[in-house]
Design a binder for this molecule. Structure first.
Ligand code: ADP
Length: 628
């Protein structure tokens, strides 16, 4: 956790080209998922920039009139125009803001959807990799701090406002350079000389850029130095605030006072203290840069006043124009500062665009076959493992080694073995969550890789050890869909031993599980969850049913019920029953004994028990003593 922080000299900005290309990709993504976000922001930005200039333009004319001819008609005309145009623009801006806010409210969901969709379609292998989750955790933490992909549409609006503001200011400033001091005004006519105009413009532009540059530099310091500290601060406080609220942690934290560990991390986060690096920098480099920027900006305004004042004094334009030109040049300085600041933020943020792009670019490497799985009413699907070996990605050891076996249609098979012997891995390969490292798996004689993956999965119902239910209604959980056949779902629940409990569910099949979505939802025990998961597998009514330790969370009575009803439960399906409790496998037609990734014995309970020196007999004896 102790990490050496970069010194200010070591902090380097990303090359402009790279930052631009990353940002361009981010803009394209946003344009695809939420074009209205750009359109609403653009409309708002233009109106927002136009409104102050309307005031400046008409005010200048009103002052000119007051200080000059004092023509009442023209004065009233200008006042009315100002009121009407400003009111119209304000109404339009309010409507645009309403639109923009409504669109913006849905954007968090849209950016989340981007990641959710990616998760849903990525290879299981990529989903199972810890690095994928680390990457996603980083993305979430960055967006929590307002960095990464999430920042892009937020930056678009101020940048566009600033650009519109700059353009407007430019348009209203042109006449300052073109208006001439009338002849006969002595040395003031020198101001008409093109070189003087050019020099004034050059100095103004120089000061404008210098002030904006200094401000942006200060901001870049803040972003570069701060993002690391802000991230760490936000990460530790987010972890602290969410972890203490999780009920799963409540027992541990009370018994072991784990908050002492968290406390120490939270106190290391210095971003919110006056001694932190950000605070020190703010008093040092950042402070100096911002002060210089303000100084240069002041100089620019001062020079503008002098130059505009001299021209007005010479009679080039009315006194009202002084307010217009000073206003527009101040506006230009502000707009340019905002543009520099925005671009510099985008450049700093580019680094935080890399994790989302790395995540979205995770390739789907699993070969996708196109062959249709034959729909057979007789459920005659035969599966064969032919010399299959498998290593988990990144692992050097084989989790399965030279496994060869064939499932006979309609038979009840048991897979037994000690923990870590490869039983679950075997099921994961069968369901093609991974492809074998060596050997092949065949469905009706054809390598399963050649089948359309979705269709292939449709022939399996699996209750995994670590299954998960959803916080929706009981019926929806059983049917794994929004709509369901209530009678069929009830029947499956009854088969799984949930009949009695169903009578006590307040809203029957419509009762919500858990309280995430419905305060009247019910909490179900581990054993009850397992029964619902078995009912879900039965409801799918696939030709293969696989139960991985299906009774681990059940009490002994429910467990015995499942065994005695197993045949009725699975009907004519081919069933694979995985357990390390041998007593629960006796009723299966055939038992396969796994040991260190290999099938070392195969046969019925009686034949295996007869092999006295075999693993099965040894395991049986070891477990039997607890039952006697
Ligand atoms: P069982 O179901 O018999 O308890 P598993 O199939 O879960 O055994 O595990 C077989 C072996 O594969 C074990 O050595 C286990 O540590 C390893 N293993 C399981 N899952 C993974 C994984 N995702 N990555 C790496 N190794 C794994």
């Amino acid at each position: 956790m102790k990490k050496k922080r970069k010194t200010n000299k070591e902090m380097k900005q990303m090359p402009l080209r790279e930052a631009a290309s990353l940002n361009w990709r981010a803009v394209r993504i946003w344009w695809r998922i939420a074009p209205d976000r750009f359109l609403s922001s653009a409309l708002y930005a233009v109106l927002n920039a136009a409104l102050p200039y309307t005031g400046i333009w008409f005010s200048a004319r009103i002052i000119n009139e007051l200080a000059g001819n004092r023509n009442m008609d023209r004065l009233l005309q200008n006042i009315w125009s100002l009121l009407i145009v400003a009111a119209l623009l304000s109404i339009m801006r309010a409507a645009a803001e309403r639109w923009k806010n409504a669109v913006q409210a849905g954007c968090y969901h849209k950016s989340q959807e981007l990641y959710s969709k990616k998760f849903l379609c990525m290879d299981f292998e990529a989903m199972d990799r810890p690095s994928t989750h680390e990457l996603y955790a980083m993305i979430r933490q960055n967006s929590f701090s307002g960095l990464g992909l999430y920042l892009i549409p937020y930056m678009f609006e101020p940048l566009l406002t600033a650009a519109a503001q700059l353009l407007g200011a430019f348009a209203l400033t042109v006449s300052f350079f073109t208006s001439r001091v009338p002849e006969g005004k002595g040395p003031l006519t020198l101001l008409n000389h093109p070189l003087i105009g050019l020099a004034a413009a050059a100095v103004m532009v120089l000061l404008l850029f210098l002030s904006a540059f200094l401000f942006a530099r200060a901001d870049a310091y803040f972003a570069e130095a701060g993002s690391e500290d802000i991230l760490f601060g936000n990460r530790s406080s987010a972890f602290y605030s969410t972890a203490v609220a999780e009920k799963e942690r409540a027992l541990d934290s009370r018994l072991y006072e784990q908050e002492r560990i968290w406390d120490s991390y939270v106190h290391k986060a210095t971003v919110f203290t006056t001694k932190g690096r950000l605070a020190v920098l703010s008093r040092g480099s950042i402070g100096w840069l911002k002060a210089s920027s303000a100084g240069v900006s002041g100089l620019l305004i001062g020079l503008t006043y002098v130059f505009v004042g001299l021209k007005a004094y010479g009679g080039a334009f009315g006194v009202g124009m002084v307010t217009q030109y000073v206003g527009t040049i101040t506006g230009m300085a502000e707009a340019l500062t905002n543009i520099f600041q925005g671009l510099s933020r985008l450049r700093t943020n580019a680094e935080f665009l890399k994790p989302p792009f790395r995540f979205l670019d995770i390739p789907n490497e699993m070969y996708q076959g196109s062959l249709s799985v034959e729909k057979r009413n007789d459920r005659k699907y035969e599966i064969e493992f032919r010399d299959v070996s498998f290593k988990y990605p990144g692992s050097d050891t084989y989790a399965l080694r030279h496994v060869s076996l064939r499932f006979e249609i309609g038979k009840k098979m048991a897979v037994v073995g000690e923990n870590g012997s490869g039983k679950t891995t075997f099921i994961k390969l069968l369901a093609r969550l991974y492809d074998p490292t060596e050997g092949e798996i065949l469905l009706n004689g054809i390598n399963i890789r050649k089948y359309n993956y979705r269709e292939y999965l449709s022939i399996f119902s699996v209750v995994f050890q670590d299954f998960k239910l959803l916080a929706f209604s009981l019926g929806q959980n059983v049917a794994a869909g929004a709509g369901y056949d209530a009678d069929r779902a009830k029947d499956c629940l009854a088969k799984a031993g949930f009949e009695e409990r169903l009578l006590h569910m307040p809203e029957g099949m419509d009762t919500c599980l858990y309280k995430d979505f419905d305060s009247r939802g019910v909490e179900v025990s581990g054993g009850e969850e397992q029964k619902i998961a078995i009912a879900r597998a039965l409801y799918k009514d696939a030709p293969f049913i696989i139960l991985d330790e299906p009774t681990a969370a059940l009490d002994p009575i429910s467990e015995a019920e499942i065994y005695t009803r197993f045949s009725e439960l699975v009907g004519d399906k081919t069933a694979i029953y995985i357990s390390h409790r041998l007593s629960s496998c006796r009723f299966c037609d055939e038992i396969m004994v796994f040991d260190q990734g290999s099938v070392i014995q195969q046969g019925s309970h009686e034949t295996l028990l007869a092999e006295e020196k075999g693993k099965y007999a040894a395991l049986w004896m070891a477990q039997a003593q607890y039952y006697q």
